[in-house]
Design a protein around this ligand. Structure first.
Ligand SMILES: NC(=O)c1ccc[n+]([C@@H]2O[C@H](COP(=O)([O-])OP(=O)(O)OC[C@H]3O[C@@H](n4cnc5c(N)ncnc54)[C@H](OP(=O)(O)O)[C@@H]3O)[C@@H](O)[C@H]2O)c1
Length: 326
């Protein structure tokens, strides 16, 4: 995939402020007065972006089509509903899992990086119980996010789905590795945890010095960390059901960064998370495994199941964050 510092994320983040600047610039040499009704003030609640499901803004057409499919076809499950929290549920696989679980009658709390993305997902998935907010690139926001989640009470299922690709190394360390670690350590443990990794974890490394110093890691490193943390948590919390999975190479916005080449089935890419969360089908009570499409994945980096390496990684994360995971 192409690595770029100017990502959709930074454009999304800067969009409102740029809009204000452009409006001011177009209005002549004098900036508009602060109380002008034509300029969105910082206190104005953000309006959702684009059409429903945000095609070409934050979702691909394939994801939007699948969200329509879910809305029109998925029916409630005749079982006791679960309380589910999904990080990074404003787009892609996380939003699809959230939409599916909502239509099945579960109680779903979404997570958005900021107020704008929260407004977008509230518009897209009107049945959400709540939306918690925090940008995982900033560990102070991740700590506040953990407080928001705990204030909502215990969850049955938490899916650590959020992930970034085209970021600087230090940002990748914080967003994809340190933040899910911190959330796992700080949030009241649910009955079930699922973590999203990637096939690219196969090329990843431990990078303990980088973790300890807050330096840079690659996407592959971060996805190896995700898998190692998941399998370590399964060992440390035997009372919980904990798995890591990869969705395949699916046509979400993230995959677009590498061109329109994704080759795996979009629905299969989010159904493993749904299958685990509902826990009604044979085999869905599995724990401590690296999964792909509801099966045990055989192509797994040896470090994932190496307990000494897991402990070293957890110790480095504890040193960097000041929080020990137990
Ligand atoms: N697509 C693939 O082929 C593929 C392959 C292997 C693994 N994965 C993994 O699958 C997971 C889901 O990816 P996807 O394909 O669905 O990607 P996506 O469409 O880009 O969605 C990623 C989600 O994570 C959120 N997110 C990213 N960085 C965040 C941050 N710093 N703070 C808060 N939220 C953040 C995004 O929020 P915004 O919408 O605001 O950006 C979005 O909701 C990721 O962990 C990814 O690494 C994907």
């Amino acid at each position: 995939m192409r690595t770029t510092e100017i990502t959709r994320r930074s454009l999304l983040l800067s969009g409102v402020m740029v809009g204000v600047g452009v409006l001011a610039a177009c209005s002549g040499t004098e900036p508009l007065p602060q109380n002008s009704p034509s300029v969105p003030m910082p206190s104005d609640p953000p309006q959702p972006q684009g059409d429903r499901y945000g095609v070409d803004v934050y979702n691909t057409q394939a994801v939007a089509d699948e969200l329509v499919y879910i809305d029109e076809n998925v029916r409630p499950l005749d079982r006791e509903p679960k309380r589910v929290l999904i990080t990074g549920s404003t787009a892609g696989a996380g939003q699809l899992a959230a939409a599916y679980l909502l239509k099945r009658g579960h109680t779903v709390v979404a997570h958005a990086r900021n107020a704008q993305r929260a407004a977008d997902v509230r518009r897209d998935l009107p049945g959400l119980q709540d939306v918690v907010i925090g940008d995982l690139r900033h560990l102070d926001e991740t700590r506040t996010l953990a407080e928001q989640i705990n204030a909502l009470g215990e969850f049955d299922v938490i899916i650590h789905n959020a992930g970034e690709y085209g970021l600087s190394g230090p940002e990748l360390l914080r967003a994809n590795s340190l933040s899910p670690y911190l959330l796992t350590a700080l949030v009241t443990p649910p009955q079930q945890l699922s973590y999203l990794s990637s096939n690219q974890h196969l090329g990843g490394g431990l990078r303990l010095d980088q973790v300890r110093s807050g330096g840079g890691i690659s996407y592959s490193d971060s996805k190896l960390h995700m898998a190692m943390i998941a399998i370590a948590v399964a060992r440390l919390r035997p009372e919980s059901q904990v798995n890591v999975l990869h969705p395949g190479w699916i046509p979400t916005w993230m995959a677009l960064q590498d061109g329109p080449y994704s080759r795996d089935d979009l629905r299969a890419g989010y159904m493993t998370q749904v299958w685990l969360a509902e826990g009604v089908e044979a085999g869905s009570d599995i724990t401590g495994k690296y999964l792909f499409h509801q099966q045990i994945e055989t192509r797994v980096n040896d470090l994932v199941h190496d307990e000494d390496a897991q402990d070293q990684l957890l110790a480095a994360h504890a040193e960097q964050t000041g929080v020990r995971l137990s």
